[in-house]
Design a protein around this ligand. Structure first.
Ligand code: ZN
Length: 165
């Protein structure tokens, strides 16, 4: 039995116990969150969120890539969100590699240099500032006045706000 088989069994249990009822496709809190894919961050639990309340976009590092901009544009222009919350964290896997090193590793293993940027970082706070700027400077995203960034401490479970300047 693979992990996915186990999860399918979990899903049948979940579907049997979940409340019935249809939620609106537009997030009730009009919020989009961009967070790292880190397995220790339960975004719903950390923020006290419920299903139907926010869009959650995740990738390695929680960095603002073109695809994140694409999703934020859809989120705001088609699905009514207004606020953007960015969450990086301590002890991130992106701090354990370098752009050049990982790019070379991929090229060595496959013969092909990736077309995408690796987006590694050493300082999560600095990368949050960079991410805030990328969102604020994208014309595809109409609402850019309420963009805030945070570093989540994976040990204390607290969020620390990063002030942009
Ligand atoms: Zn991470």
């Amino acid at each position: 039995m693979t992990t996915i088989d186990e999860l399918l069994a979990n899903n049948r249990t979940y579907a049997g116990a979940a409340e019935s009822g249809h939620l609106d496709v537009r997030p009730r809190r009009r919020l989009a969150i961009v967070a790292c894919m880190d397995s220790r961050i339960d975004v719903f639990a950390v923020l006290g969120l419920e299903n139907g309340e926010a869009h959650i976009l995740r990738n390695g590092g929680g960095v603002i890539t073109d695809d994140v901009i694409r999703s934020l544009a859809i989120s705001q222009r088609k699905l009514g969100t207004r606020e953007v919350m960015l969450i990086h964290h301590t002890d991130c896997g992106m701090q354990k590699l370098t752009d050049d090193g990982f790019r070379a590793e991929l090229q060595e293993a496959t013969g092909i240099a990736p077309a995408f940027a690796i987006e590694s970082f050493t300082d999560p706070e600095a990368d949050v500032r960079q991410s805030i700027l990328r969102v604020r400077r994208s014309d595809f995203i109409p609402h850019r006045d309420l963009v805030r960034g945070f570093v989540y401490d994976v040990d204390s479970h607290l969020l620390h706000e990063v002030t942009s300047h």
